[in-house]
Design a binder for this molecule. Structure first.
Ligand code: CP
Length: 301
């Protein structure tokens, strides 16, 4: 592995190997195996989990972090191109993580940085390290990855975590249920991919239509920042809220995931349910990102 720009570049074997490595790192923290290594953490968009778990992963393994968490702190404010910025941070570091609002930004960075680049989210396109931690969490909570029944709820149009997961499902033969308002349904290009992969899927209007059928309920936030017009956002922003009463109808092994942050789409009363697994999912981001960083830096674990 030389980079993680798109989850599409990983084979089933590469994904499973990364998840096994994450399991080892979770159960047996190895100490400062990244001493002397520097990660550049370049976030042109807000982040809590992705940035801090990447940075914590690096530091817990003895490495160091440089970078910025706000584009206002970078020379992009003076008009520097992304290409020039990435060429420069590649000179100062061993590995680059990049979050950027433009689709394709990570691909561009990977072409000029001269160091492994991890796409930490590029617009509505992909978020492949989130995909790996989502797969890890599905496997951890269900004991398997093959043949899971999974419902996605919310913003399927702009939701990059959903898009990246769909590409990964090429390898794991799930049955998928999509629950979204008509204006936020899955892009046709991704429906075509699912047909190509032979993955069965169906569309639904309400959570209640699918909750009894699934192993994983993957909730997503309706993302105000991706809408071209505020009024379109206002029309759909409160469309879904998962309540304890709805959750009772799910099977005992159902687990609720959410990439977070959440707004009103998950009632906080659910947090204490054993079916709520989104905080464990966020924690798993640390171990999966440790696995990713050590793999890209070719450090054995
Ligand atoms: N899941 C996720 O990407 O969260 P952040 O935006 O906080 O990084």
């Amino acid at each position: 592995m030389k980079e993680l720009v798109s989850i599409k570049s990983l084979s089933r074997e590469q994904i499973l190997t990364l998840l096994e490595r994450a399991t080892r790192l979770k159960s047996h923290p190895p100490g400062p195996i990244l001493q002397g290594k520097i990660m550049a953490s370049c976030f042109f968009e807000p982040s809590t989990r992705t940035r801090l778990s990447f940075e914590a992963a690096m530091k817990r393994l003895g490495g160091e972090v440089i970078g910025f968490s706000d584009a206002l702190q970078s020379s992009s404010q003076k008009g520097e191109s992304l290409s020039d910025s990435m060429r420069i941070v590649g000179l100062y570091s061993d590995l680059v993580t990049l979050r950027h609002p433009l689709e394709g930004a990570a691909r561009l960075a990977a072409e000029v940085a001269g160091k492994p680049v991890i796409n930490a989210g590029d617009g509505a396109n992909e978020h492949p390290s989130q995909t790996l931690l989502d797969l890890y969490t599905m496997q951890e909570s269900q004991g398997k990855l093959d043949g899971l029944k999974i419902a996605f709820v919310g913003d399927l149009l702009y939701g990059r975590t959903v898009h990246s997961l769909i590409y990964a499902f090429k390898h794991f033969g799930p049955r998928l249920y999509f629950v979204a308002p008509p204006t936020l349904t899955l892009p046709e290009e991704l429906c075509q991919k699912l047909k190509e992969y032979g993955v069965r899927y169906s569309f639904h209007h309400e959570i209640e239509d699918v909750i009894e059928n699934v192993d994983i309920l993957y909730m997503t936030r309706i993302q105000k920042e991706r809408f071209p017009h505020l009024e379109a956002y206002e029309r759909v922003k409160d469309h879904y809220t998962l309540t304890p009463e709805m959750l009772e109808r799910g099977s005992p092994h159902l687990r609720v995931l959410h990439p977070l942050p959440r707004l009103q789409e998950i009632d906080p009363r659910i947090d204490s349910s054993e079916k709520a697994y989104y905080f464990q999912q966020a924690e798993n981001g640390l171990y999966v990102r440790e696995a990713l960083i050590t793999t890209l830096l070719e450090v054995p674990v």
